[in-house]
Design a protein around this ligand. Sequence first.
Ligand SMILES: Cc1cc2nc3c(=O)[nH]c(=O)nc-3n(C[C@H](O)[C@H](O)[C@H](O)COP(=O)(O)OP(=O)(O)OC[C@H]3O[C@@H](n4cnc5c(N)ncnc54)[C@H](O)[C@@H]3O)c2cc1C
Length: 256
Amino acid sequence: MPQPLSLAGDRATRLATIRAAFPQLDGPDCSFVGGRTAAMARLAKIDPVAYDKSRNFLDGAVTRLSPYLRHGCITLGEARMHALAGWSPQRAWKFIFELAWRDFWRRVWKSLGPAIRKDVEKPKVTLGHAPLPDDIRRGETGLPCMDATVRSLVDEGYVHNHARMWFAAYCVHFRKLSWRACADWFVGHLIDGDLASNHLSWQWVASTFGSKPYIFNKENVAKYSANRWCATCTADCPFDASYPALSKRLFGTETP
Ligand SMILES: Cc1cc2nc3c(=O)[nH]c(=O)nc-3n(C[C@H](O)[C@H](O)[C@H](O)COP(=O)(O)OP(=O)(O)OC[C@H]3O[C@@H](n4cnc5c(N)ncnc54)[C@H](O)[C@@H]3O)c2cc1C
């Protein structure tokens, strides 16, 4: 049972206590510096036009603003206004569109409350309910693309959106794990961990908050990761198939 931190009154002592308890905050793997100043510096660097063209690629021009938005270092409104101050609505739209997703998930949470931790809708395919196995927790599935996601999650507390989608689909549809068990574990490791964006995204992948399940194939991973794993992967790849073939294997029908 983890012991609660006992925090002193003054800021310097509090920070020292927190740093000692969470050494990974100062480790080489954490690229996030906390606070308003760091948030504003990151906001100043965003490029909505490059974002629009490349956000689905793992090395694309994503903003890494989510931890700052999550912890209130900047607001969604500030991020939106910053984009509109520098770019026309036509050029800034994709970035603002994505901010709107965050806003939408939070409104759904406000409306449904703790119910977002259960199926919001009936699943559109048969889902599994298996608990989270150790090979997933430890990043030892034998699939380099999935194991790298777990390392990024656990070591850095940040995962690119596309990799989050692949990983969630792998857990829920390929491994038939309980989306809820996965979502509870996943959110606990994210620096931007947010019940609304996280649990509702897992539900979107699962099809309990969306019209169909989200799945992906090897071609998609190879393309958007610039072949970072597939070129040298020797695993028996469960993703190496067309979408109809995968769908048939996973759900018994070519179009779920
Ligand atoms: C399974 C899964 C779990 C997720 N868990 C979280 C979570 O716990 N906390 C969290 O903040 N986001 C979560 N997301 C949404 C999204 O992956 C992250 O917000 C995004 O990857 C954060 O990185 P970024 O700031 O570089 O994003 P960018 O791509 O640069 O996007 C800019 C901002 O737009 C918002 N945004 C972008 N994509 C999404 C999205 N799909 N849904 C909601 N907002 C979005 C975020 O606020 C983000 O900071 C999850 C997505 C999936 C598929």
